[in-house]
Design a protein around this ligand. Structure first.
Ligand code: COA
Length: 249
């Protein structure tokens, strides 16, 4: 695995860090491959409950390596496609911490994360049209669904840089925090998720990500999952502990 992606785990949290600060964490094919490997391994590892994605230096990611662009998209199943498959299909929760500049796929990968925290100095830009290109990573569908058509059109047609308060106002990030608190906030949020019942977290994520359907159809799916989890040892133990506490109180 390239040293430009650092993947470490502790206490059920897999931390994936883009580590090419001298190039603003521009992503090469080797880096996409390493991130895909890390995400796939975390999905398979029963000990991992949450995955975090962070940048390094003063950037989250300046997007695809411009010099590597043609190579990035060459071949039948290039590493960027493996990475996008892995990040878009992850069953485990993904939390991103955006420390600085975030461009192109540096932004569109955030749309696949479940939670995004940004530092006050973070900036965002999807400059695809400026480069004569189009948005990728399903972002032309995910972004308008997430923030509304007019906002998505503003960000994607103009391709201008925007700041963290605007990302917060538009709903692309969950919270904006002082730069020196970002790592702590990210860790605290990851820990808070990691101690919750895993199947409840994963099933809730799957429901949130499910394609739109009719209200009765969705209620039926939820009801089946609710009944299944009600029988699970985790839920039973939690409810028995609650009832036992009430008896002794
Ligand atoms: N691909 C390849 N190299 C990149 C890069 C990218 N996406 N982003 C930054 N770099 C490199 C720069 O070429 C420079 O390399 P050098 O030191 O060998 O000259 C180094 O990273 C530092 O970048 P620099 O441009 O000096 O920093 P800056 O703060 O002035 O500007 C950016 C940073 C990101 C705004 C600017 O580099 C940029 O516009 N990069 C291209 C972003 C882009 O179009 N990405 C594709 C999106 S689809």
């Amino acid at each position: 695995m390239t040293e430009q992606i650092i993947s470490t785990s502790s206490d059920g949290i897999q931390q994936i860090q883009m580590n090419r600060p001298e190039k603003k964490n521009a992503l090469t094919s080797a880096m996409y491959a390493a991130m895909a490997d890390a995400l796939e391994a975390a999905e398979k590892d029963a000990a991992i409950r949450v995955i975090t994605i962070t940048g390094s230096g003063d950037s989250f990611s300046s997007g695809n390596d411009v010099a590597d662009f043609l190579q990035t998209f060459a071949g039948e199943d290039p590493p960027v496609s493996r990475f996008l498959r892995a990040i878009s299909s992850a069953a485990k929760p993904l939390i991103a911490g955006v420390n600085g500049m975030s461009i192109g796929i540096g932004v569109t990968m955030l749309l696949h994360c479940d939670l995004v925290y940004a530092s006050e100095s973070a900036t965002f830009q999807m400059p695809f049209t400026n480069l004569g290109l189009v948005p990728e990573a399903s972002s032309s569908m995910l972004l308008p669904n997430m923030i509304g058509y007019h906002r998505a059109a503003e960000l994607m047609l103009f391709g201008e840089r925007f700041d963290a308060p605007k990302a917060l106002e538009f709903g692309i990030v969950n919270a904006v925090v002082p730069a020196n608190e970002l790592a702590t906030v990210l860790h605290q949020r990851a820990v808070a998720l990691s101690v919750k019942p895993l199947s409840a977290i994963q099933t809730t994520k799957a429901l949130l990500k499910r394609a739109p359907e009719s209200v009765p159809a969705r209620m039926a799916v939820e009801s089946a999952e609710f009944k299944r989890l009600l029988q699970s040892p985790e839920a039973k133990a939690i409810m028995e502990a609650f009832l036992a506490r009430r008896k002794t109180a």
